[in-house]
Ligand binder design. Structure first.
Ligand SMILES: CCCCCCCC/C=C\CCCCCCCCCCC/C=C/C(=O)SCCNC(=O)CCNC(=O)[C@H](O)C(C)(C)COP(=O)(O)OP(=O)(O)OC[C@H]1O[C@@H](n2cnc3c(N)ncnc32)[C@H](O)[C@@H]1OP(=O)(O)O
Ligand SMILES: Cc1cc2nc3c(=O)[nH]c(=O)nc-3n(C[C@H](O)[C@H](O)[C@H](O)COP(=O)(O)OP(=O)(O)OC[C@H]3O[C@@H](n4cnc5c(N)ncnc54)[C@H](O)[C@@H]3O)c2cc1C
Length: 670
């Protein structure tokens, strides 16, 4: 066993073996040297300014203590955020992922302020007029008011048009009356709403002059700013323990004819005039869903970041952990030496890279579309919606599966909360559901793909991300298989095109048999989800490959080599995973699949010596990783033992419940 200050010997050896410049890869992941420097500066300020780590692990506290502790730390962190961090980034970048990530040094679970920063403030920015922003934004950024985003109800989350909360305009008092007519209309799930927020954004059906105009966002004060008491007409509370997010303070909310001023309707996209006249301002009906698009875009980044944490933990642990013997009497190997372990983990490193580069590309696309919309051009919004929907769905789903795989890779110790893997899993598992469930979002993309297919069929120009449909439409036969990165990408596009084509064919056939379009669509939805997933995978493969080529143009040879190996591993992995689809839509043979398998296994061997270097390149500080298994020094067993000492159950040698229950129970049989 190593002494306190030492780094585990196996990790030292691993780092010695690494043949590439780790910093160079860190710069690529960060998007350039400047970004790395900026990130480090932000981390230094955020963490050295008083990262309040807990004496007692969060998971050992009861519900109330956990909430209070999370709120205490949120206030410490928010002070650093508003007094120091925003000085560095500029207030307009308050939501930058680099800032968000420093929060993880404070919270193993989630801060009750997360939704204030992640959705309340962005909705004010995106849905309010300049005048309204002038009223609420400074207070919200300064956290003089604290908000939540209350859209989902007990009865409806997915189907926003089915929300039941009403906001009825009363021209006599120039107010809206908020009302929850049924149990199912109670707002449910909003983070920060249960105990913390004094304001929230409420999405409600707007009624004026006797007519319903559909769902619109309103800003509503729900608690007294001084006493924090719920205002008369407001029923608010916490929804109860959940799989994760236990310190996120998710809440419920009901309204009993609660009045708010007319100006509390967020009026950038639609307005109600004093006399009650409804005026539509936006040229696209779904601009009120803007905050969701923004969050879906940021969630791809979240998927990558959380996966990079999980795989850093699992790879370092696998270098330290020794188990079994290969030959009788031989030394126990590091578990990282087992190809099956490499198979579990290296794809996770590659996936984190693939999602990071895709997230950067998606963020860029988002900012371009936003700029176009500011000029009044909304033509690119449907493509952004289709893109952000499928990328959010697939990245969160894959990241959750990969994080669970990292936990499997850590055996029993991975099941400990102190490994941080259960927290990471429950956080990312939720991202598959919230902000639009996986299936539902893929069906949104499928809607777009079917339309794009029909355009390709009519020889009309399709948008760039589906341009491959034109090519595939013309060939109309199996794509010739070539085993190269470009060949694999082209084959995935052929799979996507083939699946979309089949969906269109099946919908049409079903209509011919007498079904209406809605039923024909419904009966085809299993295939439509699969087609949208295939489209998404082809985009991720394409983006990862092309972006990595671009970003490594000036890199040193060994960095080029290891990143090439990792990118190829990702492409080959997915080709093998989808070999059934390849057999159906390309000319690939069983022999070609055998070759791919061999290539995959060779890549595991090549990547093995650089595995620890690759996770070190994520450059995740121990304070942010918060794992007994994943620290830079690899002192796994010492940390597990130290954690045991912090457990309140171990504070006394005999638990008081022995006298109370166990002893009487044991004696009672006699
Ligand atoms: C101090 C300590 C703090 C610590 C933190 C540190 C610092 C933090 C700093 C910054 C923070 C950064 C945080 C990042 C992480 C954020 C975490 C946030 C946590 C979030 C928690 C969860 C929140 C929620 O879940 S909110 C609720 C979300 N709800 C949903 O997503 C509902 C899903 N449903 C829908 O979106 C829709 O109902 C639908 C799309 C499924 C269907 O809608 P519908 O109206 O029925 O439409 P439909 O008829 O099907 O289609 C009509 C046409 O409209 C098109 N369309 C649909 N949606 C959109 C859209 N969004 N945009 C554009 N177009 C759209 C659709 O395609 C149709 O078009 P067509 O042409 O007719 O085919
Ligand atoms: C941790 C967490 C935090 C959250 N935070 C917030 C918040 O801050 N604010 C807020 O407003 N909401 C929040 N939510 C709610 C979240 O947005 C919803 O749970 C989510 O949008 C899914 O909606 P639902 O729960 O109604 O699921 P449902 O729509 O009931 O889905 C149940 C199942 O039905 C399927 N299904 C539903 N509709 C269709 C369809 N049309 N076609 C095919 N299948 C379908 C889904 O795929 C799913 O498998 C949060 C949720 C969680 C878990």
């Amino acid at each position: 066993m190593s002494s306190k200050k030492e780094i585990n010997e196996d990790l030292v050896n691993e780092r010695r073996k690494c043949n590439f410049n780790i910093q160079e890869v860190t710069h690529i992941i960060d998007g350039g040297v400047e970004n790395t420097l900026q990130r480090k500066k932000i981390e230094d300020v955020a963490l050295n300014g008083g990262a309040s780590l807990d004496d007692v692990p969060e998971e050992c506290m009861n519900l109330r203590e956990r909430y209070e502790n999370a709120l205490r730390k949120s206030c410490v962190y928010a002070n650093i955020l508003r007094n120091e961090l925003l000085e560095i980034t500029g207030i307009e970048n308050f939501g930058t992922p680099v800032i968000r990530r420093t929060g993880d040094a404070f919270f193993k679970d989630i801060s009750p302020f997360m939704l204030h920063l992640g959705m309340f403030v962005p909705t004010i920015m995106g849905q309010c007029t300049a005048e309204q922003q002038g009223i609420w934004l400074p207070k919200a950024l300064d956290m003089q008011i604290i908000g939540a985003y209350a859209q989902t109800e007990l009865g409806h989350g997915t189907f926003i048009r089915g929300l039941e909360t009403t906001a009825t305009y009363d021209p006599k008092t120039k107010e809206f009356i908020l009302y929850s007519p049924t149990i199912t209309s109670y707002k449910w799930w909003a983070g920060g709403l249960g105990r913390t927020a004094n304001h929230c954004i409420v999405v409600a059906q707007l009624y004026t002059q006797g007519k319903c105009h559909g769902v619109h966002p309103f800003i509503v004060q729900i608690r007294d700013l001084d006493t924090h008491m719920p205002l008369p007409g407001i029923k608010v509370g916490e929804i109860g323990p959940r799989m994760g997010f236990n310190t996120a303070d998710n809440g419920f909310l009901g309204f009993n004819h609660f009045r708010i001023p007319r100006m509390n309707m967020m009026m950038k996209n639609a307005q109600v005039l004093e006399d009650g006249t409804y005026v539509k301002v936006a040229r696209h009906g779904k601009l009120t869903y803007g905050t969701m698009v923004f969050v879906r875009v940021t969630l791809v980044n979240e998927a990558s970041f959380n996966l990079s944490k999980a795989v850093t933990i699992a790879v370092r642990y696998s270098a330290v952990r020794r188990q079994s013997e290969l030959r009788p009497g031989s030394a126990e190997p590091q578990i990282l030496d087992y190809p099956t372990q490499q198979h579990k983990l290296f794809i996770c490193i590659a996936t984190a890279h693939a999602f990071q580069l895709t997230a950067n590309w998606l963020w860029h696309t988002f900012t371009v579309v936003q700029a176009e919309m500011r000029k009044g051009n909304i033509d690119t919004l449907p493509e952004l919606h289709a893109l952000s929907s499928c990328l959010k769905a697939v990245s969160t789903s894959d990241a959750a599966a990969c994080i669970e795989q990292c936990r499997f890779a850590c055996g029993g110790h991975g099941y400990m909360m102190s490994s941080n893997l259960p927290y990471l899993y429950s956080f990312v598992a939720a991202t598959r559901t919230y902000e639009g469930d996986y299936t539902v979002l893929l069906l949104q993309t499928a809607r777009y793909l079917v339309k794009a297919w029909e355009q390709a069929e009519a020889k009309k120009i399709v948008t760039p991300t589906v341009a491959y449909l034109n090519r595939c439409f013309d060939t109309n036969e199996k794509v010739a298989w070539t085993n190269s990165p470009e060949g694999i990408i082209k084959s995935f596009q052929a799979i996507a095109a083939g699946k979309i084509s089949l969906c269109v064919k099946n919908i049409r056939q079903r209509i011919k048999t007498g079904m209406d379009y809605e039923d024909a669509w419904l009966m085809t939805t299993v295939q439509l989800v699969s087609a949208a997933e295939a489209h998404c995978r082809s985009m991720i493969l394409d983006t990862y490959w092309n972006e990595m080529q671009r970003l490594t143009k000036t890199s040193s040879d060994n960095v080029k080599m290891v990143l090439y190996q990792l990118t190829t591993l990702y492409l080959v992995y997915w080709a093998l995973e989808k070999s059934g689809d390849l057999l159906r839509y390309t000319s690939i043979t069983e022999g070609d699949i055998d070759l791919l398998q061999k290539e995959y296994e060779d890549l595991l061997v090549k990547i093995r010596p650089n595995a620890v270097g690759l996770v070190d390149a994520f450059d995740l500080r121990d304070e942010i990783l918060r794992s007994t298994l994943g620290s830079y020094d690899g002192r796994v067993y010492e940390r597990l033992m130290e954690e045991v000492q912090k457990n309140p159950l171990n504070k006394v040698p005999v638990d008081p419940s022995f006298q109370k229950y166990l002893k009487p129970f044991m004696k009672s049989k006699i």
